[in-house]
Design a protein around this ligand. Structure first.
Ligand SMILES: O=C(O)CCC(=O)C(=O)O
Ligand SMILES: [Fe+2]
Length: 192
């Protein structure tokens, strides 16, 4: 390994990541983007803070303004074929993925460092629009971070479970082209 590429990028991906390319075609992607845009997205809110990405939850909704978690409008029919493919990637029954979160990232919008809420278990994401990089990090005992990067291809999907989902944080930097994601989640054991 060249000294020009320090340990940062020598890291292979954490365990618990699977990816699939082209889980939908360009026409399906265009249709999904249309449906997402028509789904009544609203700016993501965390306590008093409002983010630039637009979101809409189906099935279950975690509300970051008051930490409440409740059932909400059912996952719509237009998401069911995609959910079936997401479930197949994760080796789950489709109806185990009880939540769908649609996000639109306009240029400049981002998602900061986080782990998904512990009420959820598996996370399966589908990327529409501009390709992105999912950044991953985990704090080491010495206070520094191990880091990894997962390229998210347009029309591809990723599954986060195990270490990648529970021990690592992830984020997506702002981009200059729009991207949409649809993430499906199963509930953690104690919520079922
Ligand atoms: O847009 C994505 O693919 C990631 C979304 C995400 O990390 C989340 O909603 O928790
Ligand atoms: Fe996340």
């Amino acid at each position: 390994m060249s000294a020009l590429f320090p340990a940062l990028f020598e890291e292979s991906l954490p365990r618990g990541i699977e990816q699939a390319k082209n889980i939908l075609g360009p026409r399906e992607e265009a249709d999904l983007i249309r449906f997402v845009d028509a789904a009544g997205l609203a700016p993501f809110r965390f306590r008093q803070w409002q983010g630039r990405r637009l979101t809409r939850s189906f099935g279950w909704r975690y509300d970051f303004t008051d930490s409440s978690f409740a059932e909400t409008e059912a996952i719509p029919d237009w998401l069911l074929p995609l959910r079936a493919r997401a479930a197949a990637l994760a080796g789950l029954e489709a109806d185990a993925l009880v939540q769908a979160l649609a996000i639109r990232y306009d240029p400049g919008a981002r998602i900061g460092w986080h782990r998904d809420r512990p009420v959820f278990e598996n996370v399966v994401g589908v990327s529409l629009g501009a390709p992105a990089v999912l950044r991953l990090r985990r704090r080491r005992a010495d206070g520094k971070f191990d880091r990894a990067e997962l390229p998210l291809a347009q029309r591809g999907a990723y599954h986060l479970c195990g270490e990648a989902r529970h021990l690592w944080e992830h984020s997506i930097a702002p981009m200059d082209a729009p991207r949409w994601s649809i993430t499906f989640r199963s509930l953690a054991e104690q919520r079922r």
